[in-house]
Design a protein around this ligand. Structure first.
Ligand code: 2M8
Length: 419
């Protein structure tokens, strides 16, 4: 009998469950990734609330003493993935990578609490101070000069690994001679033409080397590391997260934390002007070392409404761009503007569509009253899965599924939003 997509999505979450945490997909990504896990929790919350909270609790079990929640937690060593714990040298238990990823947990926790029972409130409350420490870490170590804008120290911290956004920052990285041969595993699991190039990979590893050589001193990395750029996705996820942290603080009777989160949000809103591009009609990535701006509209630019960033005029302009870009492809929302020469419909974050980012864009659009655009995006997200199955990401021109199969976050977003 033909299984429903809903049942398939549930089965994928169960299948990728490694006991308290899920892997994004078997083989290609055999560890716990930060934002994948948070979205997984939203998926689990539709059929198993206890398991949903476990996912987030296990994620926070890898939190560093300084408050950082790392982007990968290496619960059990797996030779299938490179770079593994021996490259990061985090010196933590459990071992982990040395930077973070978009901080989406506050928003997911608030959603789970609002749609749940007293149990959900208790579980959220138990994690609340850890969540607050993570947000404080972002504001302290990723914005050391208190500009209202956080930087990322590695393209992997954005979650949008090889987006052309990072090219201006990556071009300046000098690859050390002693990097050695890199035993990449990703290109043995999926088509190399859809993955980052070897040159890009060497630069990723050069940043990792700088990090462990300074013992993951986050101020040193932000001030003197090889790479420091503004990512609209991380900035907007953090702003939305601060808004939701403030709401959780109100709920839990923590007025001091509520005031702190509201002050962060106000400061961040003011900071957003510094990476707005009139040429593009949206917020774009910015190299904090040189001041250079990226040159095209991305799915991260489209997240501005989710964070309520930008002036009313800017929001109007970027909504026009969102609509024009949706008209330019069959499945939204592409990770790079299809009208731009650098667009590649199949290469990872240089064009393809990603369900999790669609989810955040869709929420922003619908909250701003752009219901037709929001529905269109939700339909596109569902149609991509109907066309190809639960792939990691999809070609925006054809809906063809690409990258890993039976992918956790695609299944989770199907259950939580796109069904
Ligand atoms: C991708 O990133 C990892 C590195 O973190 C990789 O390419 O090896 C990105 O799509 C990232 O956003 C995602 O969290 C991760 C796991 O799905 O894969």
């Amino acid at each position: 009998m033909h299984q429903s997509l809903k049942q398939q999505a549930i089965d994928i979450l169960r299948m990728n469950d490694r006991g308290g945490y899920t892997v994004p997909t078997a083989r290609l990504y055999p560890y716990q990734w930060e934002w994948d896990s948070v979205f997984a929790a939203l998926g689990f919350a539709t059929f198993d609330r206890n398991r949903a909270w476990e996912e987030i609790e296990t994620l926070f079990s890898g939190q560093w003493d300084d408050g950082m929640v790392p982007h990968i937690i290496f619960h059990k060593t797996d030779p299938d993935y490179f770079p593994g714990p021996e490259m990061w040298k985090s010196n933590t238990v459990p071992p982990s990578s040395g930077h973070s990823q978009p901080p989406v947990a506050a928003s997911a926790m608030l959603t789970m609490m609002q749609t749940g029972t007293e149990m959900d409130k208790e579980r959220a409350k138990a994690l609340f101070h850890k969540l607050h420490a993570w947000h404080r870490w972002f504001h302290t170590y990723r914005d050391p000069d208190n500009t209202g804008v956080v930087g990322i120290v590695h393209p992997w911290e954005s979650g949008r690994d090889n987006c052309p956004d990072w090219d201006i920052g990556m071009d300046q990285i000098v690859v050390p001679d002693d990097l050695g041969d890199l035993p990449r595993r990703d290109i043995t699991h999926v088509d190399p033409s859809e993955r980052p190039t070897a040159e890009q990979y060497n630069r990723y590893l050069a940043i990792v080397k700088f990090g462990h050589e300074c013992k993951w001193d986050h101020l040193e990395i932000a001030r003197n590391g090889p790479f420091f750029m503004v990512d609209p996705c991380v900035q907007f996820a953090l702003m939305r997260g601060d808004r939701d942290l403030a709401e959780l603080a109100t709920e839990f009777g923590e007025p001091g934390i509520r005031d702190e989160a509201e002050a962060w949000l106000k400061h961040s809103k003011a900071g957003c002007d510094s990476f707005w591009s009139d040429d593009v009609g949206g917020h774009v990535a910015k190299d904090l070392r040189t001041g250079g701006l990226s040159t095209a509209f991305t799915n991260a630019s489209a997240m501005a409404l989710y964070a309520d960033a930008g002036s009313p005029d800017q929001q109007k302009r970027l909504t026009t761009e969102i609509s024009a870009i949706l008209d330019s492809c069959s499945f939204g929302f592409p990770s790079w503007d299809p009208r731009d020469a650098q667009f590649e419909s199949r290469r990872y974050w240089r064009g393809p569509i990603w369900s999790v980012v669609n989810y955040m864009i869709g929420i922003g659009l619908s909250e701003k009253g752009e219901t037709a655009l929001a529905e269109r995006l939700r339909n596109d997200t569902r149609r991509a899965v109907e066309t190809s199955g639960f792939f990691e990401y999809f070609d925006p021109l054809t809906g063809e599924g690409l990258g890993g199969k039976l992918f956790t976050w695609t299944a989770a977003i199907h259950l939580a939003w796109a069904m």
